[in-house]
Design a protein around this ligand. Sequence first.
Ligand code: SF4
Length: 718
Amino acid sequence: MSADRYDILFEPVVIGPKTAPNRFWQTPHASGFGTEYPDMQAAYRGTKAQGGWGVVFTEATSVAPETDKGPYVLGRLWDEGDVRNSRRIVERIHAGGALAGVELEYHASMSVAAEGRLPAYAVDPVAGEGALPVAYAGTAATIHLSDIARIQGLHVQAALRAVDAGYDLITLHCGHAASLISHFLIPYYNTRTDAYGGSFENRARFARETLTKVRAAVGDRAAVGMRFGVDTLDGPLGLGDRGMRHDGEAPRVLQYLDDVVDYWDLIIGGVDWGQDAQSSRTARENHEARFTGGMKRYTTKPVVNVGRLNSPDTMVKVIRSGQADFVGAARAGISDPFLPAKIRDGAIEDIRECIGCNMCVSRANLANGRIVCTQNPTIGEEFRRAWHPEFFETAGNRDRSVLVVGAGPAGLECAMVLGKRGFDMVHLVDAAGEVGGSLNWITRLPGRQEWRHLVEYRQHQLSKLKNVTTILGTRLSADDILDYGAEIVVIATGSHYAADVVSPYDRRPLPLGESFRGNVLTPEEVMSGKASIGERVLVWDTDGYFVGPGVAEHLAGLGHQVTAVTPASVFGAYLHETMEDARTTEDLRALGVRIYPSSALTPAGADTITIETLAGPVDAGIDTVVVVGQRVADSALHRELHDRSAEWEEASLRSVYRIGDSVRPSFIADAVFSGHRLAREIDSPDPDEPQPYIRERRLLNATEADFTLTGPAQSREV
Ligand code: SF4
């Protein structure tokens, strides 16, 4: 039973003609499945419903081919085929006991419509005639008065298809300054002078009419609400005073439209939705409350709030304080689909808390990218690999003793899953004095402290698994392992940054020259706190993610003069995908870090390096160079054990596997996945060889059996 203090989270809430079983609202978010991969989508959302989310939405869903966000794979409700696929998704959500929601969107002028190659329609009569400076989206056609009823009709038709599919909640998207409704509302976009522009009532007319028509069409079959961005934030990241402001027109919008909605889902931010989905580098729990928190007084309808709501105590505060009626979350439910069930069952310490890394967000930003999660390797694998986040089958070879060497992200995950699969004896051994591997220095980088939850969650799980023993401060050689007596050995020794590898950009070593007398350090050496670091530091980055900017920020924060140079066009380019780039650059500039993208280095003396920038050479006095270059797999132990395979039988050793960075250095999410995959498939005929997964795709003459793990279409037999 839930502890009393969380009971308020489990109260049912009436939403128009529907009733949510509790206050957990999984907000719309991209998965890469859309309606094109209905089984993947159904299993993904259905697992969250099973985990206790009272309301489970799918994702932004296009109302018509002219407003398609392709090549991104998102929802579509264009025709009977989409309805058919959506029915399966809704059925799975309902089977878990949740209300099913869909977010309808006419994606305004940024519609790429890559599939149908049709023109989208835009609000602004100037931008719409061809002057819209959105290179990747092309331009849009102007909405004339005669177009309005047709476009509102597209919303109505999509809403009718939604109820036909069984959806309980229909949200019209008016957030992230992305949809037509929001463009009509916001003066930044709407410069019309007709009945749909100018005054507040004119700008709100399209929203009011569309909501009224949709509500009249669906009747009591679904609740209709609006996802409303109450503040499009300050420039340059936001729209400034020409945008929507929480202390400006937003309260008026709620009051004016309150009688034509059944609920409000409130968010912040503009087209750069990374301000809404900020990572843990910049946003703490409930970071949107200063914008959305005061809005409930302007409405009589249930209100959803979001903003990194992770801890049950914060959730209770959000409800008790009157801030909102629903706890809205995407990432908290990606990281732990069973979060509500764990709160209900008093298993708070078992919650796999989101670390706010935005790896999931990054995949949504890569067209056709499938959802992944650093904390939860089962996400997106519910259907195609039949992995469940909480249930583990007892392993067929559980009586074999297992030694996992290395307690970083991959080793921790592997040992934990092996323990949950019931192995009699698992030893997890690490040379360091603490578990965590690379995360022990990574979490000392500015803003990365919350990534520690990845280690803490697994530590706690291991502490409950009496069949897993963790042994620290013990470096094992190949001789030690052969003497250990384990029948299965898993090598998880990670990787390290090398200072002397070739650049992936020009295939040459770093050209510092013979005469350079400064230090050359790796990120690990810098973060060890033991290295001697000169006053003037150059960070050379070909890694392209958070480590280069993180080291620069760390050293600049300590008072070093930092110059960052990369041959890439952007310093820490992948931060663009995690939507952390703008604020990272802002913070580095504030610390005085000079950034030179698209640049090379030329040796120029004992303490001088010439930076060959696009604008010409710049001489920089440098005492220390930090090379954030390629990582090298620490695979020597694995190789030596295989070289000595003739000794295995005598040592009772049957198999030696390798996981994580020791196979190939990659994202932390990939290391965790690798450890999980091996543990899930440890009793397969050859665990080194990943098991086939169901490939969901159009198949000629298909039957349902083709979409099972053992179905004929998935067979690899030749
Ligand atoms: Fe949270 Fe990172 Fe998982 Fe996204 S990928 S849900 S931010 S832990």
